[in-house]
Write a protein that binds this ligand. Structure first.
Ligand code: GRF
Length: 209
């Protein structure tokens, strides 16, 4: 890796952008040795775009095209082009509600990460905190993982546990999980930016270099 050049992040999100804020603040504080080069969203009014613009970070809405759960071919190409133009080293999904497949994952092989609000492989897919609460588990948490062709099936990089309390509602539990996300995600992105994380098939090993 060229040590002169700072590691560059591209963030994709569809929602309020609290994980973006945690990561952007950690970059600004020097806790992550990287810059957020670009933020992209499939939702024009998403908070994540607003939060990025407030920080003078390039932020673009790219419409997802004709499908409900994924990007169509034209949109996928536009996302790839924008990320390549911004010369990103790592694509960080922060609440991006579209499944990424094929060409996108081939272009950024082993360079796309996601955060999921449960301890995978338990409770994949949508509203994972609610699934955990309804199931009755006493501990849940969040997982940062590489993105592969499946839904929340990629190799796990790190997890943080969160207790489920007897008076929890879906909202209170989700809020507690998000606090854990805001610690875990910047820590993992920093490890990736420093080149400390090695992938051996499904096993991801964290080496302090
Ligand atoms: C997070 O809870 C994350 O686990 C899930 O989407 C949510 C995004 O929240 N993948 P925010 O937009 O970062 O606040």
């Amino acid at each position: 890796m060229n040590r002169e050049r700072k590691f560059r992040l591209g963030l994709l999100g569809s929602g309020k952008g609290s994980n973006f804020v945690a990561i952007a603040d950690a970059c600004a504080d020097g806790k992550i040795p990287a810059d957020v080069a670009i933020v992209l969203s499939d939702v024009a009014e998403a908070g994540i775009l607003e939060r990025a613009r407030e920080r003078k970070i390039s932020a673009q809405h790219i419409p997802p095209g004709e499908f409900r759960t994924k990007l169509d071919e034209t949109a996928e190409r536009a996302y790839i082009d924008a990320l390549q133009k911004a010369a990103v080293d790592l694509v960080v999904l922060a609440g991006f509600m579209r499944i990424l497949k094929g060409e996108f994952l081939r272009t950024f092989a082993q360079r796309v990460v996601n955060i999921h609000p449960a301890l995978l492989p338990a409770f994949p897919s949508l509203e994972a905190w609610k699934q955990a609460l309804d199931y009755g588990v006493k501990v849940t948490g969040c997982t940062v993982h590489f993105v592969d062709q499946g839904v929340d099936t990629g190799a796990i990089i790190a997890q943080q546990t969160v207790p489920i309390l007897s008076d929890d509602t879906a909202e209170s539990l989700h809020a507690r999980i998000q606090l854990a996300e805001h610690e875990l995600y910047p820590t993992v992105v920093a490890g990736l930016a420093r080149g400390e994380i090695e992938v051996r098939g499904r096993r991801v090993i964290w080496r302090k270099v």
